[in-house]
Design a protein around this ligand. Structure first.
Ligand SMILES: Nc1ncnc2c1ncn2[C@@H]1O[C@H](COP(=O)(O)OP(=O)(O)OP(=O)(O)O)[C@@H](O)[C@H]1O
Ligand SMILES: [Mg+2]
Length: 236
């Protein structure tokens, strides 16, 4: 099912109608292989978040096709009946803002998704703690989100995006609030995840520290993408 990554063909998105309509995506083509981490880079307002939201079934595209694994999830209309299940089980999101649940502690914020997917509570918490450790926030595991720094909150949100090992991860500026060492740690974890679980990962970023790590980059400008080879710098 998840063998083929992500493919986007001729995707367009228009917001609104008539004179005030905004054509945010214009005939976008993109593919991300299983195990690959690609960068998506472009100026503010170029359509990056719109593209991730379409792919993540958060908003409806206007036209085109999107294929996850072997399955066309969108082809001039949604082809998946249960979009909530698609978002919950097959797509991991890491947003620009962490959106943690304020009344759950850090561990449960991460463990909630596997619990919802049916994992026993202890197993869900163990998996959460494993990721929190990898992201170097295990010492805050029992804390409430409001007591965390911005960077700590972001790392918890990253753990939550990865915890169900979805075949696709969409990350919008995941390293923005982090210092360079932690930003690189996040990129390392994303690359490990990609390789280990055959995950296809798209990272939207302006972060100069992490751009050299991508082997492939999609540039987007006014809703139009073009592909470029990246440096693919290996990091220790
Ligand atoms: N809900 C909306 N209604 C109307 N226009 C929108 C909506 N959301 C985004 N747009 C417009 O679509 C275009 C693309 O926006 P998008 O949020 O995808 O940009 P972005 O590349 O993510 O920018 P940033 O780097 O600032 O986050 C912009 O012109 C924006 O104003
Ligand atoms: Mg954005």
């Amino acid at each position: 099912m998840q063998g083929k990554g992500i493919r986007i063909e001729g995707l367009s998105k228009r917001y609104g109608e008539g004179d005030t309509a905004v054509l945010a995506l214009k005939d976008v083509n993109m593919h991300v292989a299983p195990g690959e981490v690609v960068g998506l880079i472009g100026p503010s307002g170029s359509g990056k978040s719109t593209l991730l939201k379409c792919l993540g079934a958060v908003i409806d595209p206007t036209a085109g096709r999107m294929v996850l694994g072997d399955e066309a999830i969108y082809d001039q209309g949604w082809k998946v009946r249960d979009l909530r299940a698609l978002r919950r089980d097959r797509i991991g999101f890491v947003f620009q803002a962490p959106y943690l649940i304020p009344f759950l502690d850090v561990t449960d914020n991460v463990a909630l998704l596997p619990m919802l997917a049916g994992a026993p509570n202890t197993q869900a918490r163990e998996r959460a703690l494993e990721l929190l450790t990898a992201l170097d926030v295990q010492h805050r595991a029992q804390a409430m989100p409001a007591r965390l720094s911005g960077g700590e909150q972001q790392r918890v949100a990253i753990a939550r995006g990865l915890v169900n090992r979805p075949p696709v991860i969409l990350a919008d500026e995941p390293t923005a609030p982090l210092d360079s060492e932690r930003a690189m740690a996040v990129i390392r974890i994303l690359n490990d995840m990609a390789r280990r679980y055959e995950t296809a990962i798209i990272v939207v970023t302006h972060d100069e520290k992490i751009i050299p790590t991508f082997k492939r980059i999609y540039h987007i400008r006014d809703g139009v993408t073009h592909e470029e080879a990246g440096e693919g710098r290996v990091f220790a």
